[in-house]
Design a protein around this ligand. Sequence first.
Ligand SMILES: C[S@@+](CC[C@H](N)C(=O)[O-])C[C@H]1O[C@@H](n2cnc3c(N)ncnc32)[C@H](O)[C@@H]1O
Length: 282
Amino acid sequence: MNYRHAFHAGNPADVMKHAALARVLAYFTRKDAPFRVLDTHAGAGLYDLGGASALRTGEAEKGIETLLNAELAPDVAQLLGPYLDVVRNLRAQGGRRYPGSPALALALSRAQDRLIFCELHPEERAKLEKRLGDDGRAKILAQDGYQALGAHLPPRERRGLVLVDPPFEEPGEFHRMVAGLEAAYRRFATGVFMLWYPIKDLQAVDRFRREVANLGLPKTLRVELDFAEVRKRDTLSGSGLIIVNPPFTLAEEMRTILTAISPLMAFDGKGRVRVSWLTAER
Ligand SMILES: C[S@@+](CC[C@H](N)C(=O)[O-])C[C@H]1O[C@@H](n2cnc3c(N)ncnc32)[C@H](O)[C@@H]1O
């Protein structure tokens, strides 16, 4: 396990994922009923974009840095508000800190909500514990994220979001995600499931989409953003999210957000957005 998210924090793929995560949690908080977040691959929780790892790749420049400096139309600014407010509040405390999914989810949750973060890498987990472990709503586990899908679902609250965001450094990750989704859905059919994937190997992505569609889950949304036109086999040209049971507002919200921000974040100044249903809505 060599992957370290600090090199990639705040890049366009992270922005897209975190914008969607924030929209789902903003929707959940419309009702008082508590919810649970299960983040199967949590990472270190919070990052320093001024630190050596982030500066080495500079990936956040085309991502969150561009977004923070952009003039957004009012509807886009409003949809991105919950996410960008968390980022701005962190910065107001000094430095160039950026929330990973755990810090973002905690910031958007309330006293009655609970969060489980799984992180297998001991150093990343130690950072996560140091940075966010004091929050009594969070449980940080040294557990395999895919096993956690079996162990922690369904949540007591019967309302919740499962984020599956693996590093894709080992072969077979797409397949593990499909198998994990199938097993998790069987246990928690009303949950919202969000799976992140890289667009690098187009054939693998096509196969993955087909396998997800073949599960036949009733409401499965595909959201993709391409940052680069030329797709070299080993270069990240975009990223995607599969979202099962999205809030009914999410497809349109993500279309609005990504259509506005893709020209800013794409390397050719254009960017392509795809928001479509893999399985028909019921
Ligand atoms: C892409 S990063 C997570 C980023 C995070 N979700 C965010 O948005 O800020 C993936 C993380 O999964 C961890 N990891 C890898 N395999 C795992 C597994 N089987 N179970 C749990 N964590 C794992 C890696 O150490 C890495 O920190």
